[in-house]
Design a protein around this ligand. Structure first.
Ligand SMILES: NC(=O)c1ccc[n+]([C@@H]2O[C@H](COP(=O)([O-])OP(=O)(O)OC[C@H]3O[C@@H](n4cnc5c(N)ncnc54)[C@H](OP(=O)(O)O)[C@@H]3O)[C@@H](O)[C@H]2O)c1
Length: 281
């Protein structure tokens, strides 16, 4: 059995790949969660060249939340502890798509994915001393206009950027409420903005964004730098002293007013539970 174990979702690409590298370099056994086998295997080969069998792959496409239950069964068969869960898998979709459970894809993967991963793995996180849940959020939350009554964009015209920004605000509100609910336990949680990072992010964008994003890639930071704050939150003593915070460049930030709204954080949690209840997973 491994001494310390972590899970990184979206671990095969971009920021997630560097989170896997950083965690493996810090001595963790890393479960790199990948959506698909092809890209996953390529990333796994690279990581295993550096870290051998201390990195392994498990598959989970979060657009069908039932896959998270399967992932949990696979994990629990091998491990009796989980020290760090890094919820990182996410994307922006140029057109309105739906998950298997019928949710709008951005909300479904970027928010419900984090939520269900966390709820599913919470029992083992709780039985592991000093465990952490770290969520990749974004400064994009500052462009959000979250409507708790229309999280799935049923009553508004689909906007890829607005839907994405909303999902990233959800990540911050989720972290805040999760910290409150975890008070008095051994589990802490934080979220972070990685910077504007040169990854495969926005490759499924449409319209002007599809043209614009590749043009500004040259000004973006590399994935290794993008993973630094996430690794700081997963590993440092400093981050272990608080919970529920939003960080950029290894420093606590306030986020915008919507991101500091505890009432909305609680309401989002309750709405999320209602949505999930209506769709058995
Ligand atoms: N890049 C930025 O500037 C930036 C800024 C702020 C926040 N972020 C956040 O950083 C996180 C990582 O993104 P990235 O920039 O590293 O982009 P990326 O290179 O595209 O990586 C995204 C990862 O998420 C996975 N993913 C997408 N949809 C999934 C699904 N349905 N199920 C499971 N996994 C799925 C991707 O899998 P595949 O390889 O199969 O596509 C990939 O592994 C995201 O949460 C994003 O919102 C990025």
């Amino acid at each position: 059995m491994a001494d310390r174990v972590c899970i990184v979702t979206g671990g095969n690409s971009g920021i997630g790949f560097e989170l896997c590298r950083g965690m493996a370099a810090a001595g963790y056994h890393v479960v790199m969660v990948s959506r698909g086998i092809k890209r996953g295997q390529k990333a796994l080969n690279k990581l295993q060249m550096e870290f051998g069998n201390n990195v392994e792959m498990m598959l989970c496409d979060m657009s069908d939340l039932r896959n998270i239950t399967k992932l949990y069964s696979e994990f629990i068969n091998k491990f009796d502890r989980l020290d760090v869960l890094l919820n990182n898998a996410g994307a922006l979709w140029g057109k309105k798509l739906r998950t298997t459970q019928g949710q709008e894809m951005t909300f479904g993967v970027n928010h419900l994915g984090y939520f269900v991963m966390t709820q599913t793995f919470l029992p083992i996180l709780k039985t592991t001393e000093n465990s952490r849940i770290i969520n990749t959020a974004s400064e994009a939350h500052k462009m959000s206009r979250l409507n708790l009554e229309d999280l799935n964009f049923e009553n508004r015209r689909y906007s890829q950027w607005l839907t994405y920004s909303n999902s990233k605000l959800c990540n911050i509100l989720f972290t805040r409420e999760l910290a409150r609910r975890l008070e008095g336990t051994n589990v802490i949680t934080h979220c972070f903005h990685p910077g504007v990072v040169r990854t495969r992010f926005a490759e499924d964008a449409s319209g002007p964004m599809r043209l614009f994003w590749p043009l500004v890639r040259i000004f973006m930071i590399g994935s290794k730098r993008g993973a630094k704050t996430g690794l700081h939150l997963a590993l440092s003593n400093e981050a272990g002293k608080s919970s529920g915070q939003y960080w950029i460049n290894k420093k606590r930030r306030r986020g915008n007013r919507a991101a500091r709204n505890d009432d909305n954080a609680t309401k989002l949690w309750i709405r999320t539970e209602e949505i999930l209840d209506g769709h058995q997973i």
